[in-house]
Design a protein around this ligand. Structure first.
Ligand code: PEP
Ligand code: MG
Length: 326
């Protein structure tokens, strides 16, 4: 069966009733980049760039970053590759980013907030992605940047100003790359109808979204049982983000690691997402699950599940529907 899973993993992801759901890779390391295509990744929905910064005592130069981004892109020929700008802070503290101590780092200066506070760092990273895009010789390949921890429209506008400065410095056009945001702060999820028109795509960061939604620290084992995607609250929120994103023509992805769980993948398909991005080894299984799902039917089930009164009820409802399918 492993062989059969592997063979099927190289077909584009879609459900049994023909809904297209792209399955992409989350890439944290060079190894993950090397393995993505052989696991069946149709692109990279999230390239975490923190590693470059973590290793260094000084921020990496534009040239060093561009070289790594170009190399990652080359591992996924012809595919869409989304580079997330450094998500520094909270669970990803960095040596050279002196931020003083924060009582609640997860609620502090992290992600895009930190990038806007240190625009030189963000500008250099955007220059590097633009440079990698320009040196990319594959016309079918599209590179993108994605900003983490976005909360407001004003933050997006400021980030786009910095992108315009980066493009000018690189003598590139901002149209050379796509621009997206992560939706991982509940306020952003509720404001997607205002945020999405400013960008090309949104990607739900369900790891952080559930942590903030349920006020349950993702790194605290004592509350590890609380955050869960298959809950009425999360499904209600995700359905809202998908609807708002689609109204403005933005593509809606999920790049939290949760899609690797079959019931969760089914719930996300029922919520209407266009893309699931997960660690490469999870991809064959996700595609196999998709191929057994009926998206039309799941859309009804998830609409109903989002009104139930507990996570157990949601799981029972999905399990009953999917009996034998996943
Ligand atoms: C997320 O928050 O869901 C996400 C994909 O980003 P990270 O896990 O890197 O915070
Ligand atoms: Mg996150």
């Amino acid at each position: 069966t492993t062989l059969r899973l592997r063979a099927a993993a190289h077909r584009p992801g879609h459900t049994r009733d023909g809904r297209r759901v792209e399955v992409a890779a989350n890439i944290d390391t060079p190894d993950a980049a090397r393995n993505a295509v052989s696991c069946g990744a149709e692109g990279a929905g999230l390239v975490r760039t923190e590693l470059l910064f973590l290793r260094a005592r000084q921020p990496p130069s534009v040239a060093e970053q561009a070289e790594y981004y170009r190399w990652v892109a080359q591992q996924l020929p012809g595919a869409r590759v989304v580079f997330r700008t450094m998500d520094i802070g909270a669970d990803k503290p960095l040596p050279f980013a002196e931020r003083g101590t924060e009582a609640n780092p997860a609620l502090g200066l992290r992600g895009l907030r930190l990038g806007l506070g240190q625009p030189q760092l963000l500008r250099d990273q955007l220059r590097a992605v633009l440079r990698a895009a320009r040196s990319c010789t594959d016309p079918s390949q599209r590179l993108a940047v994605m900003f983490p921890m976005v909360t407001t429209c004003a933050e997006i506008r400021r980030a786009q100003e910095i992108l315009a400065e980066a493009a000018e410095a690189e003598r590139a056009g901002i149209a050379d790359i796509d621009v997206g945001i992560m939706v991982e702060v509940p306020a952003a999820a509720l404001a997607t109808d205002r945020l999405a028109p400013l960008v090309d795509f949104v990607s739900l960061g369900t790891n952080d979204l559930v942590q903030y939604l349920f006020a349950a620290d993702r790194t605290n084992a004592a509350v590890a049982g609380i955050p869960e995607l298959c809950t009425p609250e999360v499904l209600q929120l995700v359905r809202g983000v998908v609807a708002a994103g689609h109204r403005s023509g933005a593509r809606v992805a999920v790049c939290g690691e949760t899609a690797a769980d079959p019931l969760t993948a089914a719930a996300l398909v029922g919520a209407g997402v266009d893309e699931l991005s997960a660690a490469p080894p999870a991809i064959p299984q996700i595609k196999a699950v998709l191929a057994r799902l009926d998206a039309v039917r799941l859309t009804e089930i998830v609409a109903e599940a989002s009104t139930l009164d507990s996570a157990e009820a949601v799981r029972d409802r999905l399990t009953a529907e999917l009996a034998g399918a996943v």
